[in-house]
Design a protein around this ligand. Structure first.
Ligand code: C2O
Length: 443
């Protein structure tokens, strides 16, 4: 089926919403994909926020208004705010139930036999149920899509400025919560509190472990006859079951799409990408976590601000799957979004365990950032980033995939990754930023 972007339906905006948006003026960001050295990052990171009354980003229900489709600030307006809560917002702090073993999120490519069969059945049933809910039920798949959209397009505002939880330090905690509630809702719909969504182990080329490569599209999401787990608006390349994913596609300055590389070259590039994202910047944890992002900070140009893994393999996978997955407004409407992000969630933990230097930010504006999600009972829950840090509190862990090839390989042999002393532009070059009201602000 050929995808025509003009087929997308955008709900009509109310007159007052339009006015609100038009009065906003353009937001301009800082230069795209400029690379800084580690010491420049450090200087800018410590300068960041000087003179600003620091406060954490807080997502509030009232702060939601239509956002902008796409990565820029001139895309069509889109309404993706959640339905009104029917009761009070309830704080959520995950607490591990010690009487239960941790549920294990496993590598999809290693499931087999009866376990695989049962899993695929449940997965299909879970998504069929999720899609069958009324559109205004916050638990339906479309509302999951909208929830992600609302956090990515400036729909949620904080101190009057549109929020984007990507391209900065909120990336990991936000997605952990998002996945957690997604999984909880699937468990609820299936009537199976132990149902565990397994991950797409795309960084695993198949050496060691169960010996099967994870770097191709997981077949249970790629069968067009299965409408619950399949999504039409993907790039054609996802129809090739053996095509190795390209973890460097369009990262940095390269725009070449995969298909032009042999399997060997793609695999070598992938290892190099992972090695760079996870290891090369080991003495600069802020390079992994992403830019400092406080209340009132404007959204920035795509890619600026993202940590190493977010800017490379994470973004590349979105592009590789393509079309809806490559658009923040639509990505979470593709069921493949979730196992992709579980791998990111897993790699966050893998990274933290690689070195004692790999610490998350201890700034209160990171730790106290607040998010809102509907739970399986349609109760709106509020949580803080600090409560996302310990995965076991949520009752799950990841299968220990033994073969992390990129630990020892991928040290620049494919000539893809930038040199070790370069990293993405992370800290705000705040003097260059223009706020969403069009005014220049010097920090
Ligand atoms: Cu919220 Cu992979 O994007």
């Amino acid at each position: 089926m050929k995808f025509d972007p003009s087929d997308r339906k955008f709900p009509e905006l109310q007159a007052h919403q339009l006015e609100e948006l038009q009065s906003e003026g353009p937001v301009s960001g800082v230069g795209l994909r400029k690379k800084l050295s580690i010491s420049q990052i450090r200087t800018r990171a410590s300068r960041a926020g000087t003179g600003v009354r620091a406060a954490p980003v807080k997502i509030t229900f009232d702060g939601c208004k239509p956002g902008r489709v796409g990565l820029g600030t001139d895309g069509p307006l889109m309404h993706c705010c959640p339905p009104m809560p029917k009761g009070p917002i309830v704080d959520f702090v995950p607490v591990r139930n010690m009487s239960k073993p941790l549920r294990v999120r496993k590598a999809l490519q290693c499931l087999e036999g009866e376990e695989l069969e049962i899993y695929v059945q449940k997965l299909r049933k879970g998504y069929a149920l999720m899609r069958a809910l009324p559109l205004d039920d916050p638990r339906c798949l479309e509302q999951h899509r909208m929830c992600h959209c609302a956090h990515s397009t400036g729909a949620y505002t904080c101190q009057g400025v549109g929020v984007d939880i990507h391209f900065g330090w909120l990336f990991y905690p936000f997605h952990r919560f998002f996945l957690y509630f997604h999984e909880r809702i699937l468990q609820h719909l299936l009537g199976d509190p132990d149902f565990t969504l397994h991950f797409w182990n795309w960084d695993n080329a198949g050496q060691g472990g169960c010996g099967k490569p994870g770097d191709i599209i997981p077949p249970m999401y790629a069968d067009p006859t299965q409408h619950s787990t399949f999504h039409h608006n993907r790039h054609n390349r996802t129809y090739h079951p053996d095509l190795v994913v390209d973890l460097w596609v369009d990262a940095w300055n390269e725009t070449r799409l995969p298909g032009g590389f042999s399997k060997e070259v793609t695999k070598a590039r992938n290892l190099e990408t992972m090695h760079w994202a996870m290891i090369t910047l080991k003495d600069a944890p802020e390079g992994f976590s992403g830019r400092v992002y406080r209340a009132g900070y404007p959204r920035v140009t795509p890619y600026v601000g993202a940590g190493t893994l977010e800017v490379s393999a994470h973004g590349a996978l979105h592009k590789w799957v393509g079309i809806d997955m490559d658009d923040f407004s639509f990505a979470a409407g593709d069921p493949l979004f979730y196992p992709h992000h579980e791998n990111i969630d897993r790699l966050w933990d893998v990274w933290r365990n690689l070195s004692p230097n790999n610490t998350v930010p201890n700034d209160p504006d990171f730790l106290d950032a607040e998010f809102l999600f509907y739970d399986e009972n349609i109760v709106l829950r509020r949580m803080k980033a600090r409560h996302a840090l310990d995965m076991s509190a949520f009752g799950y862990e990841y299968e220990d995939v033994p073969n992390v090839e990129w630990l020892t390989q991928g040290k620049g042999d494919a000539g893809v990754a930038p040199p070790a002393d370069e990293m993405p532009q992370l800290a705000e070059d705040l003097s260059e930023l223009t706020l969403s009201d069009g005014s220049e602000r010097t920090f």
